[in-house]
Design a protein around this ligand. Structure first.
Ligand code: C2E
Ligand code: CA
Ligand code: CA
Ligand code: CA
Length: 276
């Protein structure tokens, strides 16, 4: 029989058995996911808040497995990180995304940037810079169109992060600090590193609905004074958008504009947006 909560010291409740089985099955199935073509990438528009045009996209990994159905990256990315497979999958992501950007450029979908999430495991891997260089060569994408999203935590926790950031700058690739505001780093510290963009974490945008203006306002103004580009993620309603526009935040992203979508849809949205 089930008891009301408080029984998490016991690992044999039916709920926990189901959770363990699911984890086991995910770990089993994800091993062949790349080979079986089960990954694909969706793209979420990044909007210039001055003129409402699409200026770029963030790539987001998707996985759908025959037995398990679609599984969210929040659930499977930590598993890929634990097994180290995120390095191989991460290379596939970078190649696919650079290639997609090149294809868009060839058919007149002229975005300013494509933003890609990079796991700490990938970022600290010794071949990371070489692999990236190779991918840029192979896909013929000009490095200045690529922006890597690295979390504030990654920058703070990885010993040689400054060196890797400098190597990225050397390649001409841009860097954005993801989940900004959640990692307790000072802006003056970040200013010493070759970083282009701060992405204000969704939790702060959520709090705009409940008196959180002062924090968002402070991040935007300090970020802008230090010459970062500032982008807000997780914009879901017009009130949030209006406030961010008032504070002259450079860019925005969120369900209010569009959910992550397939590459063909980005093309359509781009052509609609550039007509207005
Ligand atoms: P993230 O980098 O912070 O990505 C933003 C997440 O917020 C995405 O979830 C996106 O779909 C979601 N989102 C965007 N706008 C809104 C909004 O208005 N409302 C709400 N509620 N959500 C919004 P997703 O795709 O499930 O990804 C979750 C996390 O998984 C990402 O967080 C990122 O940390 C990781 N991830 C996703 N794709 C990749 C990838 O290709 N590589 C790596 N290393 N991590 C990835
Ligand atoms: Ca991100
Ligand atoms: Ca985030
Ligand atoms: Ca995140």
């Amino acid at each position: 029989a089930k008891e009301q909560g408080g029984n998490d010291y016991c690992i044999s409740t039916p709920e926990q058995k189901i959770k363990m089985d699911r984890l086991f099955n995910i770990e089993l199935e994800i091993k062949d996911a790349l080979k079986k073509n089960e990954f694909h990438i969706e793209y979420q528009p990044l909007i210039n808040l001055k003129n409402n045009q699409i200026v770029g996209v963030e790539s987001l990994l998707r996985w759908s497995n025959q037995a398990l159905g679609p599984i969210s990256p929040g659930e499977f990315i930590p598993i890929l990180e634990k097994t180290g497979d995120i390095v191989t999958v991460g290379k596939w992501i970078l190649w696919t995304v650079c290639n997609q950007m090149k294809l868009w450029q060839e058919n007149g979908t002229l975005l300013q940037k494509i933003s890609v999430n990079v796991s700490p495991i990938q970022f600290k891997e010794t071949n990371f810079i070489n692999d990236l260089q190779e991918i840029l060569n192979e896909t013929q994408l000009d490095a200045s169109y690529l922006e890597l999203e690295i979390t504030e935590g990654t920058i703070l926790e990885i010993k040689d992060s400054a060196k890797t950031l400098e190597a990225l700058q050397g390649l001409g690739v841009k860097v954005s600090i993801d989940d900004f505001g959640t990692g307790y780093s000072s802006l003056s510290y970040l200013k010493q590193l070759p970083i282009d963009t701060l992405k204000i974490d969704k939790s702060f945008i959520d709090n705009l609905d409940a008196d959180g203006e002062i924090i968002v306002n402070t991040i935007i103004n300090m970020g802008k004074n230090l010459r970062f580009r500032v982008i807000a993620e997780g914009i879901e309603n017009k009130q949030q958008l209006d406030y961010l526009k008032l504070q002259k935040c450079h860019e925005g992203q969120g369900y209010y504009f569009s959910k992550p979508v397939k590459s063909e849809v980005i093309q359509k949205l781009y052509h609609q947006s550039s007509k207005n």
